[in-house]
Design a protein around this ligand. Sequence first.
Ligand code: 6PG
Length: 245
Amino acid sequence: MPAATLTVCDDPAAIAALAARRIAAAAREAVDQRFRFTLILAGGSTPRALYTRLATVDRDSLPWDATTMLFGDERCVRPEHADSNYRMVHESLLSSLPPRSARVYRIRGELGASAAASEYDVITRKIRNNDPEERFDVVLLGMGADGHTASLFPGRDFSADVKSFAAPAIAPPASPVRDRVTLTLRAIADSRRVLFLVAGQDKREMLARVLAAAQSGGDPSLPASMIRSSGTIEWMVDRGAAPTP
Ligand code: 6PG
């Protein structure tokens, strides 16, 4: 399994531009070889600039009619709620695409964490199994200043996830929405390419800890360090988050 790579970009806009190029390249390869492209979207705020690029300047770089989009995690709120990851993706990307051009599978967080996770476990498993090598082509992830990724938070009992692709999760008390649904380490590991998008000086110290932990096998208290891929992991970070040389 190749080691993770780190690419330092000048600023969040440069991260978005680089990620868009990587996604376009992965999509071309996927469609050439398997006639379909699966992209798992990250929530939070950092990816918004990427989604806006994919909806505008880079819109023609993706084969939308052969693209399936899933979500790495969701808050258990209605899709129109201000804290919904789906709402953020709809506003920045989906609302700009021709109707029914890409297949989008929303995590129905409004059902509650357990029911929504069970439903999404079936959906993600079915889509992964549609691929002869049973992989998701690209998984986008962010990282919180506490070392979480998707909705895999410090303190999680990862042993419960080994058989699941999607699972309920609980965010820390200070989070705007505590009840969540998240893809599991197992689901994310079935990927050809994981792209982490991390920006901001507030992430620098944690990023250095996570990268070190990832190189020595991963630390469950730093969930982002536990992420593995059947393919490659690339960290795209801005100068604020980049480890000091
Ligand atoms: C979420 C995301 C979460 C996010 C990180 C980083 O639902 O909040 O999935 O894992 O990627 O918290 O968020 P920012 O990009 O806003 O820093």
